[in-house]
Design a protein around this ligand. Structure first.
Ligand code: ADP
Length: 620
C-alpha cells in the first residue's frame, strides 16, 4: 500500500456520506464482521477446509475468539458436516462397573434411546410398583387402629410402626429408582436440533471441565449409590466433537495439561475419568469418548514461551500459526470498516442509540490515538467497543436520539485506563506543588517527557530532570528508580562522548549528579536521554534552559536524536501541562496527528545540536 492512500481525520468529513450509523448495513456472518484481520481470516478459511488446528497470537480484544467462531460458522456451511454430528451416550458395563461404555449415535437419536430404555425399564418394574402400592394400602388400613370400647383409636406404637413402614417404602422406591438409573444410559453430549457444528469456548476451564470428570458419590453402597456411568460428565473436548474448541490464554494451562490435550489431538478420542484423587469418582474410567475437533488456541506473545514444545510443534505440523494485527493503516477502506464496526457494536449492544457521522469520526480519532501513530488505527477493538457502549449510555441518559461527538469525548474522560487516571492525578498534584515549571529559564533543569503504563495502555507525563556538574573526580550520582536509573547511566555515557567531541572536555573530571524529579514506580523514561544530555550540558556550561519547552528523544553516541515510543501520549502530556513547545525526533514527526499541531508548537530535530540550540539559544 502506498503512502498516498493514508488519509487524515479531516478527510473523513468529506469521505463519509452517511448521516448516522442507522444507515449502515451490518453483515450477519461473523466472518464478515471481523475487521482488520484479513490474513488471519484467510488462514481460518483454509483451516476450515482442511480441518487443521490454529494458533492465534496477538493482543487481547483483536478478534481471536471471533475468528474461532467464524471457523465454526464456515464448517457449518457444509451441511454434510452438520448432518454427521453425533450424540454421545455412556452405558453401564455389566462386566466392570468401573468402566462404563461410551457409544456414539447419529445426532438426535441419543435422546430417543434414553427415553425408550427408560420406558422399557419402567415397564419391567411396574409389577414392583403395584406391589408397593398394595403394601401401602394394606398398611394404611389394617394395623393402625384398634377397637377399644366402641371407638377406633390410633395407638402410639402403631403410629411409629406406620412411620417406619412409610420410610421403608420410600427407601425402596429410591432403590428402585436407582435400579432404573443403573440400567439406562446417560446422554453425555446431546446434539439434537443442531443446525451448526458446536463451538465450545473452554477458556479458563478447569481440567474436569476440559477433559470431563466423574462425580463423587456420597453413598457408595447400600443400594442408594448412583451408578458410575450416571456420574460421568462430558468435557469441553467431547462437547466440541466434530466442531471447534477454542481455548484463549493457552499458556496458562499447566504443561501436563498441554500434553494431555496433545494426546487428545493425536487420538481424537479420550476416556473420561474421575479427576479428584480422594473421590469415589477416581476409580471410574470410561472407554474412550470421541473428541475430534478443530482446536483454535490463542494467546499473546508471552504465551509462546509457556507453550510446551511438543504441543506447539503439533500445531505447527498439523495446522497454522497466525500473528494477529494490532493496528491497521489509516486508509479510506479501513476507515469505512470502522464505521461498520461502530454500527455493529451498536446493534450488538441493542439498547444504545446509533452514532452520528461526527461521533464515528471521534471514535476513529481515538483509534488513531491508541495506535500511537498518525497513519494507523488500533485494532484492539474490544476496548474500543467499550468506548462505543459508554458513549451510547451517556447519550441515552441524556435522552438523545443519536450519539454525538461530545458524548464520545465525555466517554473518553470516563473510560480512562488506570494508567491514564494515575498520570492525570500526577499532573494535578504536580500543578499544585508547581513541580513543573512552564515559563522562565533554569540552569541544569529540563522538562522531559515519559510514559506510564505498559505498551498497551500508556499515558504521557512531563518528567523534569535536574543535573549538576561539579569539577573534581567523583563519578556519577543518579537519583532515579528502576529503569530510569539505567537510562540515565546510558544517557551519561552517550553525552560524555558528545561533550568530548563538542567541547573537548572529559566528563570523568566532573562529579555528575542527575535527578529525575517526582518519579513514581511504573514511569518509563525510555526516551529521556536527550533530556538528561541537555540538563548535563546546561549545567556544565551554565546555559539557562527554556522551561516552557518539553522534549523527548533518544540520544545516540554520535549525537543523533532517535525516535521513541508513545509519541502521541507524550505530546498530549506537554499540551496538558500548558507548555509552549515540544521537541520530538524527526523520525516520530509523521506519527503525530494534525490536531495536536493546533495546540502546541511541535519541532522535529535530528541532532543534539539542534536540541541545545532550541533549548538554550546556544550553538554547539
Ligand atoms: P480476543 O479473543 O482477541 O480477546 P474477541 O474476539 O473476544 O477478542 O473480541 C471481543 C469483542 O471485541 C468482539 O465481540 C467484538 O465486539 C470486538 N472485536 C474484537 N476484534 C474485532 C475485530 N477484528 N473486528 C470486529 N470486532 C472486533
Amino acid at each position: 500500500m502506498s503512502e498516498n492512500n493514508i488519509i487524515s481525520i479531516k478527510d473523513l468529513y468529506s469521505i463519509f456520506k452517511f448521516k448516522t450509523t442507522e444507515e449502515i448495513n451490518v453483515p450477519e456472518k461473523i466472518s464478515e464482521q471481523i475487521i482488520g484481520q484479513d490474513k488471519a481470516l484467510d488462514i481460518i478459511k483454509k483451516a476450515a477446509k482442511q480441518r487443521r488446528h490454529v494458533l492465534l497470537i496477538g493482543d487481547p480484544g483483536t478478534g481471536k475468539s471471533m475468528l474461532a467462531q467464524a471457523l465454526a460458522e464456515i464448517l457449518s456451511e457444509d451441511k454434510e458436516q452438520v448432518k454427521n454430528l453425533e450424540d454421545i451416550l455412556v452405558f453401564p458395563n455389566p462386566n466392570d462397573e468401573y468402566q462404563p461404555i461410551i457409544k456414539t449415535v447419529p445426532m438426535g437419536t441419543g435422546k430417543k434411546i434414553v427415553e425408550e430404555m427408560r420406558k422399557k425399564v419402567l415397564e419391567q418394574t411396574k409389577i414392583f410398583q403395584y406391589f408397593y402400592i398394595l403394601l401401602l394400602l394394606i398398611s394404611a388400613f389394617t394395623p393402625m387402629y384398634f377397637y377399644y370400647e366402641g371407638n377406633y383409636i390410633m395407638a402410639g406404637a402403631t403410629f411409629i410402626g406406620f412411620m417406619i413402614l412409610m420410610a421403608s417404602i420410600s427407601f425402596s422406591f429410591q432403590v428402585m429408582q436407582k435400579q432404573i438409573m443403573k440400567n439406562i444410559p446417560k446422554l453425555l453430549v446431546d446434539n439434537s436440533n443442531r443446525t451448526s457444528v458446536p463451538f465450545v469456548d473452554a477458556t479458563g476451564a478447569f481440567e474436569g471441565m476440559l477433559f470431563g470428570d466423574v462425580l463423587h458419590d456420597p453413598f457408595q453402597s447400600g443400594g442408594l449409590e448412583t451408578p458410575a456411568h450416571q456420574r460421568v460428565i462430558a468435557g469441553a473436548i467431547h462437547k466440541a466433537n466434530k466442531g471447534v474448541l477454542f481455548i484463549d490464554e493457552i499458556g496458562t494451562l499447566r504443561p501436563e495439561v498441554q500434553i494431555e490435550l496433545l494426546s487428545v489431538l493425536q487420538e481424537k478420542k479420550y476416556p473420561i475419568f474421575g479427576r479428584s484423587e480422594r473421590s469415589a469418582g477416581a476409580m471410574v474410567r470410561t472407554t474412550p469418548a470421541p473428541a475430534d475437533f478443530v482446536l483454535v488456541a490463542a494467546g499473546n506473545l508471552e504465551t509462546l514461551e509457556k507453550l510446551h514444545p511438543a504441543f506447539r510443534s503439533r500445531i505447527r505440523g498439523y495446522g497454522y500459526e497466525v500473528f494477529m494485527n494490532s493496528e491497521i493503516l489509516f486508509t479510506e477502506e479501513s476507515a469505512n470498516k470502522f464505521v461498520q464496526f461502530v454500527a455493529q457494536e451498536v446493534k450488538k449492544t441493542g439498547n444504545i442509540p446509533h452514532f452520528t457521522k461526527e461521533a464515528v469520526i471521534e471514535i476513529i480519532r481515538e483509534a488513531q490515538r491508541r495506535s500511537g501513530r498518525k497513519s494507523y488505527l488500533t485494532l484492539r477493538l474490544r476496548d474500543l467497543g467499550g468506548l462505543v457502549r459508554l458513549a451510547g449510555d451517556i447519550a441515552k441518559s441524556k435522552g438523545k436520539k443519536y450519539v454525538e461527538p461530545e458524548d464520545v469525548i465525555e466517554a473518553k474522560e470516563k473510560a480512562l485506563t488506570i494508567e491514564e487516571q494515575i498520570s492525570k492525578y500526577y499532573i494535578e498534584r504536580r500543578k499544585e506543588y508547581q513541580i513543573i515549571k512552564t515559563d522562565g529559564y533554569e540552569i541544569g533543569r529540563v522538562n522531559g517527557l515519559a510514559v506510564i503504563g505498559s505498551r498497551l495502555y500508556y499515558s504521557g507525563l512531563v518528567l523534569p530532570v535536574e543535573a549538576e556538574v561539579v569539577p573534581g573526580k567523583g563519578g556519577r550520582e543518579i537519583t532515579a528508580t528502576g529503569n530510569l536509573g539505567k537510562i540515565a547511566k546510558e544517557a551519561i555515557v552517550n553525552v560524555s562522548a558528545v561533550v568530548k567531541k563538542k567541547f573537548g572536555e572529559d566528563l570523568k573530571k566532573y562529579k555528575v549528579h542527575v535527578q529525575f524529579l517526582q518519579t513514581y514506580e511504573g514511569v518509563e523514561g525510555d526516551s529521556a536521554s536527550i533530556t538528561v544530555a541537555t540538563a548535563i550540558i546546561s549545567a556544565l556550561k551554565n546555559w539557562p534552559v527554556r522551561q516552557d519547552l518539553a522534549m523527548t528523544g533518544s540520544l545516540s553516541i554520535r549525537g543523533e536524536v532517535l525516535p521513541v515510543g508513545g509519541i502521541i501520549a507524550k505530546v498530549e502530556a506537554a499540551i496538558e501541562s500548558k507548555l509552549k513547545e515540544v521537541i520530538v525526533p524527526e523520525g516520530n514527526y509523521n506519527d503525530i496527528p494534525e490536531d495536536l499541531f493546533d495546540k502546541i508548537k511541535i519541532t522535529p530535530v535530528k541532532t543534539i545540536d539542534e536540541v541545545i540550540e532550541i533549548a538554550t539559544g546556544k550553538k554547539i
